[in-house]
Design a protein around this ligand. Structure first.
Ligand code: ATP
Length: 363
């Protein structure tokens, strides 16, 4: 079905390499839009981040929140700079504030490898990985952010796990497993926790179990987070959908990016009931800013995830198709084995990767 109205995308390039990777991403989005047709996108550039804070004293102004809230989806590159901090020393991370403000509870971190890429694991199965980590993104140990209790010789951070917060993220994971099963995946959700040590984690598992009862066609199992760290290195291919607490998810998603070969390859989405942000897993990489070495792949794949999400939300096959076309173009670009990004020891940067994806799109 064609979408009559233009979908508004809040574009937040942020800091560091953010603007560099956002520009080709939008160019490719427009290419895929005109190739597939049936929908229109309007882009609203919204400034936020550490650079803005340094200039104005505000990292995420109310007007920026309003424009992001009013948009149909948010495309964000990266925010934060190591030398720009709040007076108390905390990093400036408006992307985490946005997650909280818009109640984006499901952090979606796909771990999908590219055949033909040099990967840390030699096993052939590591070249065909396709699993998804779902990170609860509104509570858990991150709940304590900005609320630490620090005495002279003691520091406390509080972890909060609620029934509502756990139920909705587990339901999200089971729904995703169901959708993936229809596409040929196993149909399994693994609860990654530390239920053997922490009461809060036993509670997380109990709520997970309750959710699983509503999905008789999906297998539900468990894995302690330390065992999952081992499994992601030893046999990551034995996973389908994982669901976990915020901090565990933060750590494991970097392991997932490593399995893909590098930070520049790992896309992500933070999804709530009404809003969603799509952004690469990596940070602002100030060390390579302006050198042309930034890899835009994760940014482009995040845009493909955005098209898919918008397609599901607006029941538009054209948008879903556009997401698939963009995702496939990225994979085609790398399939020859001659496009190796700088971060993986090759010499492909922003220009080379973008050029190859354009070529794959027929541009
Ligand atoms: P944050 O704390 O914001 O997540 P970080 O300190 O973990 O950030 P990143 O900015 O993600 O760090 O960078 C980690 C390393 O990965 C850096 O050496 C950086 O150059 C590299 N890197 C990150 N993103 C990319 C990219 N898109 N292309 C190439 N290299 C990247």
């Amino acid at each position: 079905m064609a979408i009559s109205n233009e979908l508004r995308i809040a574009v937040m390039p942020g800091d560091g390499i953010g603007e560099e990777i956002m520009a080709p991403c939008l160019e490719l989005l427009e290419m895929v839009r005109s190739k597939v047709g049936g929908f229109a996108l309007g882009y609203d550039w919204v400034e936020a981040g550490a650079g803005l804070y340094a200039r104005t004293g505000e990292a995420l102004p109310d007007a920026a929140i309003k424009r992001a809230t009013d948009a149909d989806a948010i495309l964000l590159a990266a925010m934060g700079l190591p030398d720009v901090r709040y007076p108390d020393g905390r990093e400036i991370v408006p992307q985490i504030d946005i997650r909280e403000i818009l109640d984006l509870y499901a952090g979606v971190r796909p771990v999908k490898t590219f055949p033909g890429m040099p990967l840390p694991l030699a096993d052939e199965r590591a070249h065909n990985l396709d699993l998804v980590l779902i990170r609860e993104s509104t509570e858990g140990l991150f709940w304590g952010r900005g609320k630490s209790f620090i005495d002279k010789d003691e520091a406390h951070d509080k972890m909060v796990i609620t029934r509502m917060g756990t139920e909705r993220v587990c339901k999200f994971a089971f729904d995703l497993a169901k959708r993936r099963k229809a596409q040929g995946h196993e149909g399994r959700v693994t609860c990654v926790d530390k239920a053997n040590v922490l009461g809060s984690m036993a509670f997380f598992r109990e709520v997970f179990d309750g959710c699983a009862e509503g999905y008789s066609d999906i297998t539900a199992d468990y894995c302690y987070v330390d065992a999952m760290a081992l499994k992601l290195i030893r046999n990551p291919w034995d996973n389908d959908v994982l669901v976990t607490e915020n901090m565990f998810g933060d750590i494991l998603s970097d392991a997932g990016a490593a399995l893909m070969g590098g930070m520049g390859l790992a896309p992500s989405a933070d999804i709530g009931d009404k809003h969603a942000v799509f952004q690469p897993c990596h940070g602002t990489a100030p060390d390579i800013m302006g050198t042309g070495k930034a890899n835009p792949t994760a940014m482009i794949l995040s845009a493909a995830m955005m098209l898919d999400w918008l397609g599901e939300r607006h029941s538009s096959e054209k948008l879903v198709e556009a997401g698939q076309v963009l995702d496939k173009a990225v994979r085609t670009a790398f399939s020859g084995g001659d496009l190796i990004p700088h971060e993986m020891g090759g010499n492909a940067g922003l220009r080379e990767v973008t050029g190859k994806v354009k070529e794959a799109l027929g541009g």
